[in-house]
Design a protein around this ligand. Structure first.
Ligand SMILES: [Zn+2]
Length: 492
């Protein structure tokens, strides 16, 4: 691996808050086994419906989840729904490699489900309801009204927030964006319409749409549970107490409209299809443990400022002060030398006067510069440009950068934390971290009538994870499982 693994981000991605990232950035992948794809030079205006292929920017951000069984399932059901939809078209359907529980549609006509949401469905009827909901956003053209919103959250949105405190306050701080995928946010009316279309389309292809409502309860439970998998679907899809009741009612009407014919749920088929699914964070792509970020494949580690939020993306690792007052981004810098990488980075983050100095950080050749970020868009006239500290470290053939940002007035408060993170950068040699593997979903069969808790116990699940597993199964720990019933567990 002698290419720079974190590539530089262009100024457009860093400075434009409201433009679709795909049109302005050159975000590429940091993990070599996910080859980078050049992005099209699309304009930020409405793109034609060409959603059959996934957007390279989305794939660069999240990675493709390589599982032909799940990819075939989403494509088959998506195509079947497209055919009975209100606006048939050449739409596409893709499962992406993110542990976050989310599903989203892009206005170009592509629907993405994360492996995180695939883990939490408990039957094909739930899956199809949500698929129909997302397809509904496309067929009802909801995204067309949202063209100027970013389709994927990235450094641009977050740095944009630093540049525009008003925006930051309106979303309750950077941290909220750091944990989310930041997808399109639709209005309540659009959500209700999409729910109705989800019921309609999934019923039309033969599924019991009432199960879609049940899935909302699973989402609410995952939201209530603490953990790394925040159900972004809920934050981008405003929930309400009556949404469950409304969808149940619509599903009952839809059932009548098809003459009360038997509608499929396909629980066992669905569960069999997710056997082996990667669950939670994939530590091969980097993981956080006890305040330290480890990357087993790239073989480095560094400490996260104490108490800060973090988010690991394929192309960068972001750390945010809990109230959004400072941001530290770790990413790859491209260039044939530290100086070249520094110049390129200074240009891309819009620091005008970079007084770069060569130094050594924790034994690694390094380059450091500091300056004010120049606001480039007219909308930021009322906001404060950020002050930036960039610390570039050369580790073998790779150059990495720690880019710290804060408002000029509070910069000195956070500069020591930016420096401590870089000073803590080190090669990863701990075998237990280097060999870390992800967890997977495994499907087990109840051997006699037993409660979910006793079934989990017999599968060797520690009791502290019973509630998490109950949510994953859409059950309570006290629910009875008849002999032969399938259930999910999680293990290596
Ligand atoms: Zn929606």
């Amino acid at each position: 691996m002698n290419t720079p693994l974190f590539r530089s981000l262009r100024a457009g991605a860093l400075l434009s808050l409201l433009l679709p990232l795909a049109s302005t950035s050159s975000v590429t992948d940091w993990a070599a086994r996910r080859p980078a794809t050049p992005l099209s030079k699309a304009t930020p205006t409405a793109r034609p419906l060409q959603g059959a292929k996934p957007d390279p920017a989305v794939i660069a951000q999240f990675g493709l989840y390589n599982d032909s069984k799940l990819q075939n399932l989403i494509t088959a059901k998506g195509k079947a729904m497209t055919a009975v939809s209100d606006r048939p078209g050449d739409y596409g359907f893709t499962v992406v490699d993110s542990p976050i529980i989310n599903a989203f549609a892009t206005p170009d006509g592509h629907v993405y489900f994360t492996r995180g949401i695939m883990a939490y469905f408990n039957d094909e009827a739930q899956f199809s309801g949500v698929l129909g909901h997302e397809l509904g956003h496309i067929t009802a053209r909801h995204g067309q009204k949202q063209q100027t919103r970013s389709t994927i959250a990235g450094i641009g949105m977050i740095l944009g927030s630093v540049l525009a405190p008003r925006v930051m306050q309106s979303v309750g701080g950077v941290a909220q964006q750091v944990v989310g995928l930041g997808m399109l946010k639709y209005g309540r009316d659009d959500e209700n319409e999409a729910d109705g279309l989800g019921v309609k389309y999934s019923t039309k292809i033969g599924y019991d749409a009432s199960h879609m409502a049940d899935f909302f309860q699973t989402l609410s439970r995952t939201e209530a549970q603490s953990g790394s998998s925040i159900p972004t679907f809920l934050s981008t899809h405003p929930n309400s107490a009556d949404r469950y009741t409304r969808v149940k009612g619509l599903a009952a009407q839809a059932r009548q409209s098809v003459g009360n014919r038997t509608l499929a749920v396909n629980r066992d088929q669905y569960l069999r299809s997710i056997e082996g699914l990667t669950f939670g964070e994939d530590p091969r792509q980097g993981f956080v443990e006890s305040g330290v970020f480890y990357h087993p494949d790239l073989k480095f580690r560094f400490p996260i400022p104490s108490g800060w939020k973090s988010q690991n993306d394929p192309d960068k690792f972001q750390m945010a002060e809990p109230n959004g007052k400072a941001l530290l981004v770790f990413l790859g810098a491209s260039g044939s030398s530290l100086e070249a990488a520094g110049q390129s980075l200074a240009k891309s983050i819009g620091v005008a006067s970079a007084n770069a100095s060569k130094t050594t950080i924790n034994g690694f050749p390094a380059l450091v510069f500091e300056g004010d970020q120049q606001a480039s868009d007219q909308s930021s006239s009322s906001s404060t440009p950020a002050h930036v500290l960039a610390q570039l470290i050369q580790d073998g053939n790779s150059i990495y950068a720690f880019v710290g940002l804060a408002a000029p007035a509070s910069f000195s408060t956070y500069a020591p934390q930016f420096q401590q993170a870089a000073q803590g950068y080190a090669r990863l040699t701990d075998a237990s971290k280097l060999s870390r593997q992800p967890e997977h979903i495994h499907i087990r069969t109840a051997t006699g009538t037993q409660t979910l808790a006793s079934a989990l116990a017999s599968a060797g699940i520690p009791s502290k994870r019973y509630e998490e597993m109950a949510i994953l199964n859409g059950m309570k720990t006290t629910d009875k499982l008849p002999k032969g019933m399938l259930y999910k567990v999680v293990g290596r």
